[in-house]
Design a protein around this ligand. Structure first.
Ligand SMILES: NC(=O)C1=CN([C@@H]2O[C@H](COP(=O)(O)OP(=O)(O)OC[C@H]3O[C@@H](n4cnc5c(N)ncnc54)[C@H](O)[C@@H]3O)[C@@H](O)[C@H]2O)C=CC1
Ligand SMILES: O=C(O)C1=N[C@H](C(=O)O)C[C@H](O)C1
Length: 239
């Protein structure tokens, strides 16, 4: 477990230890010897902050250790580094899953389905204030799927007459979809997709109230990854 002392790391260690068919071989934290830690492991679960995660995952791949990665906030350069490592070790699997909660995976699927039928769509993600990246990985993944569905349906951009706005007032533009990020003490991880047509609104919402919500998805990925070489983005591809 890489990032073992963090919020997700602790929850994952508990889940793996409670699973009869899995063995937790090492708890790796910041500054620990990564090579020594992953030696002999079949799978690394990576839940570090975004900074430097590409090097961590590339090292796992170079050692032939499959990587189940929950870390969000990936850059194009970081992804390129992982792809380059996989070229040299093509039988190794890397899963980058922005959200391991089943409900969040379903929210993304439902949002993409609904998006083709609505003129307007915006995404609001709400998280605890210790989160490093914004928008959340889930919101970026959701917006990308919505944009793809709207493009396939031949929809025009969501209407928006704004000509004057304070910086940030309209949120971030992710593939043409507006994404708003709230950081609030007391929250864990929440997302709403707002879809609008003349005279009606559809809201699709998911709430993770506890990090236990992510654990069935993490364990499912750990059990399956050896059979899925290469880079896979999104837990939906494992379900
Ligand atoms: N995919 C999913 O379902 C979920 C993903 N996340 C993502 O997981 C990541 C971690 O989130 P939290 O656990 O809340 O963060 P956290 O800050 O509580 O934990 C991160 C841990 O990683 C450690 N760390 C930093 N660099 C390291 C390195 N190079 N090697 C080993 N350990 C290192 C830190 O010292 C810390 O203990 C974030 O990117 C977050 O967005 C969080 C929740 C669910
Ligand atoms: O940092 C978090 O907490 C979470 N991060 C992931 C994301 O960025 O989407 C998943 C979940 O939202 C919790």
């Amino acid at each position: 477990m890489i990032g073992a002392a963090g919020r997700m790391g602790k929850a994952t260690c508990e889940a793996v230890e409670a699973a009869g068919d899995l063995t937790l071989s090492a708890r790796i934290g910041r500054g620990d010897d990564l090579l020594a830690g992953i030696k002999g492991a079949d799978v690394a679960v990576v839940m570090t902050p975004p900074d430097g995660v590409d090097d961590v995952v590339a090292t796992c791949v170079e050692q032939g250790v499959h990587a189940v990665v929950g870390t969000t906030g990936w850059t194009a350069e970081g992804l390129a580094k992982v792809r380059a490592a996989l070229k040299k070790s093509p039988s190794t699997g890397v899963l980058l899953a922005p959200n391991f909660a089943l409900g969040a995976v379903l929210l993304m699927r439902f949002a993409a389905e609904a998006a083709r039928h609505f003129e307007s769509v915006e995404v609001v993600e709400l998280h605890h204030p210790n989160k490093a990246d914004a928008p959340s990985g889930t919101a970026r993944h959701t917006a990308a799927k919505i944009a793809e569905a709207r493009s396939e349906a031949g929809l025009a951009p969501s209407p928006d007459a704004t000509t004057s706005a304070l910086d940030g007032a309209r949120g971030a533009d992710v593939d043409g979809v507006r994404v708003h990020s709230v950081r609030l003490r007391g929250l864990v991880a929440h997302e709403e997709v707002l879809l609008g047509n003349p005279g009606e609104q559809l809201t699709i919402r998911h709430d993770s109230f506890d990090r236990i919500s992510f654990m069935p998805g993490v364990l499912l990925a750990v059990r399956q990854i050896a059979d899925r070489p290469g880079l896979v983005q999104g837990l939906e591809n494992y379900l």
